[in-house]
Design a protein around this ligand. Structure first.
Ligand code: PMP
Length: 394
């Protein structure tokens, strides 16, 4: 760790290797620390060192650009090699994490300021990733506003309604929190923004390359470099891409050049090992499916909590049927009295993220499976305690 770093609360000792008995498991955030052992093994290949005089400039190479052409090329190579997106016929727009793209893309797809048209209505199907609402509500104004979940609009009359503008639907596939592959609910008249943060072989089978008009990706989940804050959009239409690029230029003058340099090294290291002895996706899938299997084995004994159902599916990347390996467990509390599932699990010393934030009932809550091995072990202990205690009662 860094000087001054403290152990996480479940561990103590000079190297944080001593378990604190009975401590609370924190399964809240989607921090992708499961990939840390991979990068420890590839420490040299993943390292990027640059001198103090390097990259002082606002611009890159040719004097106008904020984006590295070489990084764009490597990202296209990665999509091609993984087979998870058709990137060659799309523009690429870099941003500070894909979280910045939420508003950049809503802005890019909304009617422009001078238009007489009513504001676009931004929607998502529940359970959805809460940032879509949080960010849209923060910035909404003349061009767009948050209009709730798709359930409200998913009938024929919406096309005839005169009280609002066109729809912009966020489609998260696989979904956060419940890991399902999703299609737009408001087909036809709606513009869709596909959030493919988890559309990588660690977390899902890849049936075919995604080829939608507007897609967002992040490096946080495939490589685990969430702290570098790097995301990118793939956009088919020239004008929409220009508006998204304008957004990132006006707000931050383009993604950090230091981050772009680091990402270049990381993507190259990922590519160099693809289908080799230490393929990052083979490693990631192995970790995630083992966690899912272990959690399921315990929860299968429970009548108090249940998880989303997931089946093995054929994956074009691994060229075989693969076991499920979701980033999150979507927990439902089954007992009448456990109406607030988050609270019920907190009583059992497990911190989760309540389904209320995803605009579904408090009967649901999300467990992150993305954290470190230590975090997962503590989580398994607490879940096992919970399920064992339940059998005791009967
Ligand atoms: N989209 C989804 C569905 C996510 O789960 C996350 C992170 N939890 C993000 C976008 C944002 O990721 P980042 O800003 O790190 O790229």
């Amino acid at each position: 760790g860094w000087p001054g770093c403290e152990c996480n609360t479940c561990f103590a000792g000079p190297d944080c290797s001593l378990r604190t008995p009975n401590c609370t498991a924190d399964a809240d955030s989607g921090n992708p620390l499961f990939l840390e052992p991979y990068w420890r093994r590839h420490a040299a290949a993943g390292a990027v060192v640059f001198s103090g005089w390097h990259r002082l400039s606002y611009v890159i190479a040719d004097g106008r650009r904020f984006q590295s052409v070489e990084l764009e090329r490597q990202i296209r190579r990665l999509h091609r090699a993984v087979g998870n997106a058709a990137a060659d016929d799309k523009h690429i727009v870099f941003a500070a994490g894909s979280i910045q793209l939420i508003n950049a893309l809503v802005y890019a797809l909304s009617p422009d300021n001078n238009a007489a048209s009513p504001p676009a209505r931004v929607v998502a199907k529940a359970p959805y990733y809460p940032s879509y609402k949080l960010q849209t509500v923060m910035f909404d104004g003349r061009e767009y506003r948050w209009a709730g979940t798709t359930a409200r609009w998913a009938n024929a009359s919406r096309t005839n309604s005169t009280d609002g503008g066109g729809f912009i639907e966020f489609v998260t596939s696989p979904n956060n929190p419940d890991a399902q592959l999703c299609k737009p609910v408001l087909a036809g008249s709606a513009a869709a923004i596909f959030d493919h943060a988890y559309y990588w072989p660690h977390f899902t089978h890849i049936p075919a390359p995604a080829d939608e008009d507007v897609m967002m990706f992040t490096m946080s989940k495939p490589s685990g470099h969430a702290g570098s804050r790097f995301g990118w959009a793939l956009i088919r239409d020239d004008a929409v891409a220009a508006r998204a690029l304008e957004y990132v230029s006006v707000s931050i003058m383009g993604a950090s050049r230091d981050t772009q340099l680091r990402m270049l090294g990381i993507v190259k290291a990922m590519l160099a090992n693809l289908h080799g002895e230490d393929d990052i996706f083979a490693f990631g899938h192995d970790v995630m499916r083992t966690r899912w299997r272990r959690l399921n084995a315990v929860v299968a004994r429970s009548r108090r909590i249940s998880l989303q159902k997931m089946a093995p599916e054929y994956c074009t990347y691994f060229k075989r049927i693969r076991e499920p390996s979701p980033a999150y467990a979507w927990v439902k509390c089954e007992r009448e009295e456990d109406e607030d599932c988050y609270e019920a699990l907190l009583q059992a010393k497990i911190i989760t993220r309540t389904g209320v934030g995803n605009e579904v009932s408090s009967r649901y809550t999300r467990i992150s499976l993305l954290k470190s091995d230590d975090d997962f072990d503590v989580l398994m202990d607490r879940v096992t305690d919970l399920v064992n205690a339940e059998n005791y009662d009967e």
